[in-house]
Design a protein around this ligand. Sequence first.
Ligand code: AN7
Length: 353
Amino acid sequence: MVNWKGLIHYYREFLPVTEKTPVVTLLEGNTPLVLSQDLTNAVGPKVYLKYEGLNPTGSFKDRGMTMAISKALEGGSKMVMCASTGNTSASAAAYSAQSGQLKCVVLIPEGNIALGKLAQAMIHQAQVIAIKGNFDEALTLVKDITDHYPVELVNSINPYRIEGQKTGSFEVCDYLEDAPEFHAIPVGNAGNITAYWKGYKEYKDIGRSTQLPKMLGFQAAGAAPIVLGHVVESPETIATAIRIGNPASWKMAEAARDESGGLIDSVTDDEILEAYKRLASKTGVFVEPASAASVAGILKLSQKDYFANHKNARIVCTVTGHGLKDPNIAIKNVTKPVILDADIKSVLKEIGL
Ligand code: AN7
């Protein structure tokens, strides 16, 4: 959209803001819904990718962060804090910088954050603290500190984060001119599935859409507490963004699943990597591994004929973060370039001309 002014401006009537709210924006939202012909051929229904990696800091977190940071400023906060597997910290750091006055402190699990995300949090001048523990332990610390000190928590248990993120489903409905039949989404701390479901319900309630999608959530097999029905003490997956063993919005994710008649399933790291490479090589969309969980999930379901009676349906997959976030994973999963002399004959020979 030409002259896009950010999602708070565009969806103001659906958001808890007033004329007095100081809007902190990097012009997030308005991301493309890309049709994947390759996945459509594989699965049956039309498959669209909600390409959230094209937000200002490269992930969907910016939708929630424009709200959380604007409201923190409105409330007079001087400092914000989050625990993060990477993307929340990158986004919180950037929006705090844009606010011009908020100090941002982030707690990350030592050694388990993708390189690009760490670079972002640091270059935006957040105070970055690596914890000898996992995300769940970092979040417990952040909750404890923000409960007792004048610091605003900007994880997705902050309700303004969910409010901002629900605009993802508004955009899907505006683009398709109704809600899709299925919505697939990766699940980590479970804020985003909660937010999308809230958005779909609100749009239907006011008549902007006529139906609700079945919500299909996907966790990594090594970090699948909701699928297993118990906390995972030591979650493990190459998809470090969703390496979470005790999701804060667990109950809300189950509500989204049950109210929509959908499901929450798990996908293995191998399935995630296969979907990750497939998206890049056959659709031209480069996402980070966690994002590929939604695509791995619909591929798994289609092998079980889950979509057999839904050939005319539409599936939207939220692909949550950009592939450049985690360059190490990309490099590990490709063959390195050959090295040749700077000589035309050897180049022609190599490319078969
Ligand atoms: C790319 O940044 O939890 O289920 O601390 O970065 O709403 O948690 C990130 C989560 C999916 C899962 N895809 O979303 C954090 C963090 C990507 C992510 C998720 C995350 P939620």
